[in-house]
Design a protein around this ligand. Sequence first.
Ligand code: PA5
Length: 444
Amino acid sequence: MTDIKVELEHIKRFVPENQTDKFNAKIASTFKTIYSRTGAGNDFLGWVDLPSSITAEFIKDIKEKAEELRKKSEIFVVVGIGGSYLGARAVIEALTNHFSQMVETGSPKIIYAGHNMSEDYMSDLISLLDKKEYSMTVISKSGTTTEPAVAFRILKNHIEKKYGKEEARKRIVAITDKVKGALKVLSDSEGYKTYVVPDDVGGRYSVLTPVGLLPIAVAGVDIEKLVAGAQLMEKYCIDNQNENNEAAKYAVARQTLYHAGKTNEILVNYEPRLCYFSEWWKQLYGESEGKDGKGIFPASVTFTTDLHSMGQYIQEGLRNLMETVISVENPANEVRIPEDSVNLDQMNYIAGRRLNEVNQTAEKATILAHVDGGVPNIRIVVPRIDACVMGQLIYFFEIGCALSGYMLEVNPFNQPGVEAYKKNMFALLGKPGYEELRSKLEKR
Ligand code: PA5
């Protein structure tokens, strides 16, 4: 079984039943296409049985390395971008203290680099690292991505100056392709500890490889439980390759709504710890479906925060929206609203109640208001946020994305479009081999 439940009560008035039936009828064969690896992009389906293929030995190795790095680091820098960073950040932020950068948690502070090109960001990071004990991982499957390559060049220089080459080498872990790419060559020549990103797992599906698991373990999260959650969801999907599967219900709902004109999906959370999970989800769905002139545009909000900024548009703007709420039933901790004898703010009517009751009431009220305003609502309910549930959510959204992408008739595992800006940037920066494009772009 799975802890995840998908509720579709609030899409019914927006979709004709025969539309849902049409997509439901495709589910069993689409599952078969995925699990028999016969569809488009089938050389990138390594994530499908990744959870069940993770061995105890592999977990032990990651945990040992993580422990060694934890002992010598106040800060652990994760250098990577896109699929080589978002999964780790999503899980770490979901499962660690909201204020872990400010309070003592017993774990190194996790800081990210190589996910932007900002000189000020890098300058502030270097100033911080001057004063702190640190180690780092550089993650790049291709080993040639500009952002992490530039950041790593700068930070390698810094760490070698700070600790000397010998010690610096022990403080760097590279996660990259098993044989090819500049990072692999560099790691071999420098003698870094390396982990492999499997050939058949694309960046956005790689969180359960060392790409995600090493940083997550350094942050002090129980990776065994995370993997166990993903294994549970994998087994559930293998055993339930039908339209009643919770991930299939999600995939069918969003495809049905898309074909009814709801072209933008907003992933909603009421728990700010899930903010980066939404960022991970946006990459997963945006890169997988947005091609061939098709695809649902993925956006995200954190409520109730964004009800005070995006709420107006969602309620009354262009009616091409659908919302998917990740609803968490039980917070880990309890905070009650106190009674106030003066009651100037007139909040005594909710005194004594838990904050979560108000949060859940805000969710109910918002769903009804948005549905009345013309925004269908998919509700994904989980009992709590812990490592096991996060593992389940990861596999749930991965399989949901593959089902959805195949039903949309795109290859959900490639991303040809991300090359266009890169070519222009290389040309404009003067990379050898791009001279012709450079002169064309400069004329524009
Ligand atoms: O999903 C993808 O393929 C991308 O987001 C990549 O993960 C991202 O561009 C980083 O690539 P690399 O790991 O090769 O540096």
